[in-house]
Design a binder for this molecule. Sequence first.
Ligand code: NAP
Length: 252
Amino acid sequence: MRFQDQTVLVTGGAQGIGAATARAFAAEGARVGLHCHRSREAGEALLAKLPGPGHRLFVADLREPDARSTLVAEVLETFERLHVLVNNAAVIRLHPPDEVNEAEWRGAWQDTVAVNLMAPADLCYRLGRHMVEAGGGRIVNVSSRGAFKGEPEMPAYGASKAGLNALGQSLAVAWARQNVGVMTVAPGWVETERVSPMLEGEMGQKALEQYPGGRPARPEEVAHTILFLAAPGAEHLTGAIVDINGASYLRS
Ligand SMILES: NC(=O)c1ccc[n+]([C@@H]2O[C@H](COP(=O)([O-])OP(=O)(O)OC[C@H]3O[C@@H](n4cnc5c(N)ncnc54)[C@H](OP(=O)(O)O)[C@@H]3O)[C@@H](O)[C@H]2O)c1
């Protein structure tokens, strides 16, 4: 078991990619800190099914700086030592520039940047420094293909993920000598509970045409890559941004 005696925090872990990641870590022996915000019931149900002992649910609205501090304090009080942080939670909200008013535009930017960039930055700051002091650790940030390809219908999302890429790479350099690896995964479409309905019908067909293999990723495939990056042996991948997009977008 690759993560025996290790502790892992997965944000936005009650569903989708976060839930698949939590399940995969628990199956490999980790104690999982499962964070959620609105999906508390789903989080509790998942927690009850995770294999192995010692898992815990943490509830926090990551838009709020104080809630991030409380989350960090609760996690460290519970686990004492955190080995892996997965920044997965995200706001994914449409705000096409030609269709929203200024208040909607600002609101989308505020929430998106707060959850997708400021929250990971704060969690990295506090928990990454904890890892430095404790002798090492791993951070995996969940970004998006949209950071490279553009997100015309949700520009704040694309910008937040591009910022997340730069955050991870900067911290990888900052902590390279302190045994804290910072890696990023950048998925394209992933068949989660949220996305699957969007992939049905004409719009979904058009999206799938981008995929030479004819299908989007499964949540378990993203989880598999996150565990690979967090596992012993991947130390020198620090700073890497790994595309998980079925060759639908090849960046040079
Ligand atoms: N699915 C895709 O096609 C795809 C593609 C590229 C990248 N990604 C990335 O993969 C990650 C997971 O995506 P997913 O598809 O699994 O999405 P999802 O099911 O919508 O999960 C995102 C999670 O973020 C949490 N979240 C949202 N606002 C929050 C807030 N204010 N405070 C705390 N948590 C909050 C939600 O938690 P609660 O439900 O508990 O409120 C939600 O469970 C995201 O970073 C996303 O950008 C996904």
